[in-house]
Design a protein around this ligand. Structure first.
Ligand code: C2E
Ligand code: CA
Ligand code: CA
Ligand code: CA
Length: 271
């Protein structure tokens, strides 16, 4: 089923210049899935050892009636080409506020750069957050891309949301056009080091130095540094020796439905 979508996306890219029909068909399919409540939010633990705290990242999945579970890597890029991404973000925010109400801990939501540029949509998100008693539990994860186009505008928007109690995290740090200067200038609460730096942490010569440095900068500048995609004990040991204290990855837990996560959280299984 993955193949079907990957193929379709390839075709779509080829056809795009000609205004191809397949584009419409796939977007219609996402639209139908949204109406049919096929999009579900899963939650993966983010473990902060120093604070002895566990938060969660909200990750959306598409339960397609014929094609099974479809990964967000497949449908998010397509949804981002239309207003559909905002519909999906709305679903995820609702589910996340509900999760925060039950878990009483931090929930992080991925916000696409394209959504962050849409002022009208941002106001509607902020309104929903302001109306919730769990607003202080919400973090937005943004990629570095957002600061590239209009830095001042990005800064204003972040500060505005921070007044509502929302925290900010820079996602996938190091995977794009990383700039340490943005990090210094943006009032972020957290920075997530991309999995690609963690994968070969025990063999790379350079990646440990980068991680150690960013973690140190974070301590001075006042943001948490989370290592993404931690899968093994060896990686954890190495990362701890470099000064890391916050992690996300299969080693601690995979993304799962809320009920399962609540069960594990209450049993203390993520600690
Ligand atoms: P991301 O924000 O970087 O999320 C982390 C991804 O890495 C998730 O994939 C997660 O399941 C996976 N992951 C976490 N730990 C491990 C590990 O130890 N090993 C491995 N191999 N993978 C790990 P997922 O859920 O498939 O999501 C992929 C991407 O789709 C996300 O990357 C994010 O960019 C996007 N996405 C997911 N949900 C949403 C959403 O609600 N809104 C938006 N805008 N994007 C979303
Ligand atoms: Ca993320
Ligand atoms: Ca990430
Ligand atoms: Ca990623």
């Amino acid at each position: 089923m993955k193949d079907f979508f990957e193929e379709s996306i390839q075709k779509l890219k080829k056809l795009k210049k000609n205004g191809g029909m397949e584009d419409l068909v796939l977007k219609d399919e996402i639209s139908r899935g949204i109406k049919n409540l096929e999009f579900k939010t899963f939650f993966q633990p983010k473990v902060y050892l120093e604070e002895e705290k566990v938060g969660f990242e909200a990750l959306v999945r598409w339960f397609h009636p014929e094609k099974g579970v479809i990964s967000p890597n497949i449908f998010i890029p397509l949804a981002e080409e239309s207003y559909l991404i905002n519909k999906i973000t709305e679903i995820v925010l609702n589910d996340s506020l509900n999760a925060a109400e039950i878990l009483k801990t931090d929930i992080s939501i991925n916000l696409s750069a394209i959504s962050f540029e849409n002022n009208y949509f941002l106001s509607s998100l902020q309104k929903k957050i302001d109306d919730s008693r769990n607003k202080n539990y919400i973090t937005f994860e943004l990629t570095e891309r957002i600061a590239v186009t209009n830095f001042e505008d990005t800064l204003d928007k972040i500060n505005n949301f921070k007044k509502s109690g929302v925290s900010f995290s820079i996602d996938d740090f190091g995977s794009g056009y990383s700039s340490l200067s943005y990090i210094e200038k943006l009032p972020i609460n957290e920075l997530k080091i991309d999995k690609s730096f963690i994968d070969n942490i025990n063999t790379s010569l350079v990646n440990p130095i980068i991680i150690e440095l960013i973690t140190k900068i974070g301590r001075v500048a006042g943001f948490k540094t989370v290592c993404e995609g931690v899968e093994t004990e060896e990686q954890i040991e190495k990362l701890i020796s470099l000064g890391s204290d916050s992690f996300q990855g299969y080693y601690f837990g995979k993304p799962e439905p809320l009920l399962r996560v609540v069960e594990k959280y209450e049993k203390g299984e993520y600690h």
